[in-house]
Design a protein around this ligand. Structure first.
Ligand code: ARG
Length: 308
């Protein structure tokens, strides 16, 4: 059903379904008398055009991970990140919490090779918000949002990733991808020139928290992915970047590169921020509730005045 609304008549009143056609259920209105509003906003995400410190990774064609960004501090690649919407980048709290001054950061989108980066193409950051419960020792709640100074122009190379549903059974063994410019060898302290990607299966938290693995260090805001034999993993410089899994509809940001004991070590897979557990916070910050609210309040006052 496609309901057309415009600037002066921007509400649709919906009635409980009784007899009659679907069209009888709704009426376009210029005000909202009931003051009960449900807002819907469509956005495209998680699709790539027709068409990594990642240890053991491969180079890739452009547009493969169009939501992947490089977060620069000054003139240095510092962390990865993902495009959530035209104005919002999601990254790890541990990447940014020591430097919350927005002007020290730049976000580079639509790139594969860092040599192609011109400083002037970096997008400035308006504000940085990290999760209020972020813990610098345990790395619990390792998530931060960056609001950009100017909205991104989406293209085949720059697109948003979808968020996961809040209730999703993440099955052990689901094959997901992690990507980034992080170290490609645990002993070589240098970020890579070209974006790398690797396939990593999800590992159940119970298993990952067992005594031979992370021995209870994982919280509900964390998840594991990788291999028990090691060799393939994210690493330093990949932090903040995406762990994405594909469902029937789209690519979803299931995890954010967060930490690990070493990189690609046996029995110590990568640990990721469990995005599905943090959705209420993400929606709260990005939904710009304040904007909608002021509009609603204006309307509300307007109708309220008419009443005796
Ligand atoms: N904390 C690292 C960073 O800041 C990421 C470490 C990920 N480690 C791992 N073994 N998967 O870049």
């Amino acid at each position: 059903m496609d309901v057309k609304v415009n600037d002066t008549r921007e509400f649709v009143q919906v009635r409980p379904h009784q007899e009659g056609s679907l069209e009888d259920m709704w009426q376009v209105r210029s005000s909202c008398e009931s003051h009960q509003i449900v807002a819907l906003k469509c956005s495209e995400c998680g699709l790539r055009p027709g068409a990594a410190r990642v240890v053991g990774g491969a180079d890739m064609p452009p547009g493969r991970w169009p939501w992947q960004v490089s977060v620069y501090q000054g003139s240095q690649h510092h962390c990865g990140g993902s495009v959530l919407a035209r104005e919002w980048i999601v990254t790890a709290a541990h990447c940014v919490h020591r430097q919350l001054q927005a002007s020290s950061w730049l976000v580079f989108t639509g790139i594969i090779t860092r040599a192609s980066v011109r400083q002037e193409d970096g997008v400035s950051v308006k504000k940085i918000i990290y999760h209020p419960l972020y813990n610098d020792h345990s790395l619990d709640y390792d998530i931060a949002l960056m609001k950009l100074q100017v909205p991104l122009n989406f293209s085949d190379a720059i697109r948003a990733v979808c968020l996961p549903p809040s209730q999703q059974d993440l099955f052990q063994g689901t094959q997901c991808w992690v990507s980034g410019w992080g170290y490609t060898r645990p002993d070589q302290v240098q970020v890579t020139e070209t974006l790398k990607e690797v396939l990593v299966p999800l590992i159940g938290t119970k298993r990952c928290n067992s005594s031979c693995m992370y021995a209870g260090e994982l919280t509900a805001r964390m998840l594991c992915a990788g291999y028990l034999q090691g060799k393939i993993d994210a690493c330093q410089g990949d932090s903040g970047g995406p762990l994405v899994c594909q469902d029937k509809f789209a690519w979803r940001l299931v995890g954010i590169v967060s930490w690990g004991q070493g990189c690609a070590e046996p029995n110590h897979p990568g640990v990721y921020t469990n995005v599905a557990q943090l959705l209420p916070w993400i929606y709260d910050i990005t939904e710009d509730a304040a904007e909608h609210m002021s509009k609603f309040e204006m309307d509300y006052k307007h109708t309220a005045k008419k009443q005796p």
